[in-house]
Design a binder for this molecule. Structure first.
Ligand code: APR
Length: 321
């Protein structure tokens, strides 16, 4: 059998949607791993029993044994606690770092050639830790944040301009926290700058800026907005959809330019940190990092976000990880 194999570490809310999307898109066989007994087996059985309806032939296996992930092409990690109302992503650091360390050891031992996409929060720190513990090459350990943050920003723009989100191109860079940097100057609708459209809509540059600022702020707080409404967990449909777009680009070698949490050495003057920037994702994982020209204000915002990531990683190191 020549199908791709995708292991999902963490069979909670996001893990379940990931399994369903992979099956529906027939991207490959799924192994869903969780430490909770029977639950991943139950979830995969449930998804598999929709195969006649959704017309897919991929196999789905739930497991509590890391050995079952052997030979995986892609591993997507959602293991860890989600936020509760009032919590920041950074509040999850200690608990999720302990979990991520175990996960990295399990993946290293059982799927040493996989390309890994991390979703667990606090994202930038979790990606850093996974890479450090596993020792996997940097181009094969990637974080999902930017695709989702950019989709959120694009959705708000489409609603504001009352047009199809399919034509909106907007990107969010930086860390996956309140300091993230939605690039307003580059945001466009099939090439037409969003700022220009807002100025025409309101006939007033100051009002247009105010509307854009509100969309930027909503984007930065979008995860928290969902947490506050759900009360028992955090977003799960959209993070899963975002990771699937990255997975598809890698498995099909599409070489899409997707904002991703990637390791930056000299690029963006980051000096050895994982942070969100546009990257070409293909069969080798991160194949290229694209440096966007930033003006002074954008550059300052990016540096501020990078500093937030640096201090999060320093906190994690102080905790002994
Ligand atoms: N190994 C594997 N799985 C684990 C481990 C571990 N050591 N510890 C916990 N888990 C599992 C839990 O049993 C649970 O099923 O991780 C799963 C997490 O699922 P949910 O609690 O439903 O969380 P989810 O909404 O899927 O979010 C997961 O992604 O977006 C981030 O902030 C979010 O960090 C959170 C993660």
């Amino acid at each position: 059998m020549n199908r791709k194999k995708i292991a999902l570490i963490g069979g909670g809310q996001i893990g379940g949607v990931l399994a369903q999307l992979i099956a529906q898109k027939a991207l490959g066989d799924v192994v869903l791993f969780d430490i909770v007994e029977d639950m991943p087996q139950g979830k995969t059985l449930d998804v598999a029993e929709a195969s006649r309806i959704d017309q897919f032939d991929v196999s789905l296996k739930g497991t509590n044994d890391y050995k079952d992930i052997a030979g995986s092409d892609i591993v997507i990690v959602t293991a860890g606690l989600p936020r509760k109302p009032g919590m920041s992503r950074d509040d999850l650091l200690t608990t999720n770092a302990q979990i991520m360390k175990q996960v990295a050891e399990g993946v290293k031992e059982n799927a040493p050639n996989a390309i890994v996409i991390i979703i667990s929060n606090p994202l930038d720190a979790m990606v850093t830790l996974f890479q450090k513990v596993s020792g996997f090459p940097h181009n094969k350990v990637i974080g999902q944040a930017g695709v989702l943050d950019s989709s959120r920003f694009s959705t708000f723009i489409a609603w504001e301009l009352d047009l199809s989100v399919k034509d909106v191109n907007a990107m969010v860079l930086g860390g996956h926290g309140d300091t993230m940097v939605p690039l307003t100057r580059y945001a466009n609708v099939n090439g037409v700058p969003v700022m220009e459209m807002l100025e025409k809509k309101y006939g007033d540059a100051a009002k247009a800026k105010e509307v854009m600022d509100a969309m930027v702020n909503r984007t930065k707080m979008a995860g928290g907005e969902v947490v506050k409404l759900l009360k028992t967990g955090s977003a799960f449909y959209s993070p899963a959809a975002a990771a699937i777009q990255m997975t598809e680009s890698i498995l099909k070698d599409e070489k899409r330019l997707l904002p991703s949490c990637v390791y930056l050495d000299k690029e963006y003057g980051a000096g050895g940190y994982y942070v969100g920037v546009p990257a070409v994702l293909g069969e080798n994982g991160v194949e290229r990092i694209v440096e966007v020209t930033l003006d002074d204000e954008e550059s300052a915002a990016f540096q501020n976000s990078l500093n937030a990531v640096r201090s999060l990683v320093a906190d994690m190191e102080r905790l002994g990880f």
